[in-house]
Write a protein that binds this ligand. Structure first.
Ligand SMILES: [Cu+2]
Length: 163
């Protein structure tokens, strides 16, 4: 049963790679925690949201944040008022029987090590804004809330850019 599930997931990944920015729905990235969260301060080194044509309802978020705390943080979710949900994902590329497979898959969490950085960038880890509620305008700044294990959250504001 596990093998079947893995093959199914791989097929999903392939579907994603073909559309690249147009992920299908059906993920299960739901809200990781309810109730009040403790705010934490991270240092935003850089970050941006990719502008996509208004016909697309999903887009990617890339950022680099620094953890100034003396303890590890684990990113387990995110949210934004402009998206129905946000998924943690990573691009991957692997070779199977001489064929290169490229796609993206959902990830449960990202580690933000103590006194270290988490880097989300094209070709690697990223956040996916799923189900955009309206088209995004180039240059506008949007709030993104990062949710960490242990009911902690960090609020960021990122610019929509065409890159
Ligand atoms: Cu993605």
């Amino acid at each position: 049963m596990r093998a079947i599930a893995m093959i199914f997931f791989l097929a999903l990944g392939l579907g994603w790679s073909q559309q690249h920015q147009g992920h299908g729905h059906g993920g299960h990235g739901g809200a990781p925690s309810q109730g009040p969260l403790t705010p934490i301060q991270l240092r935003l080194i850089e970050g941006w949201i990719r502008q996509v044509p208004s016909s697309l309802r999903d887009t990617t978020v890339y950022l680099t944040v620094q953890n100034p705390l003396g303890r590890d943080l684990r990113l387990v979710g995110a949210s934004s008022p402009v998206a129905e949900m946000v998924m943690l994902m990573e691009d991957y590329r692997e070779t199977r029987s001489g064929q290169t497979i490229q796609g993206m898959r959902e990830v449960k969490s990202f580690l933000l090590p103590k006194n270290g950085q988490l880097v989300l960038r094209p070709g690697g880890k990223h956040l996916m804004l799923m189900g955009l509620k309206r088209p995004l305008k180039e240059g506008e700044r949007l709030p993104i809330r990062l949710i960490f294990e242990g009911k902690q959250e960090a609020a960021l504001e990122l610019k929509v850019e065409r890159r």
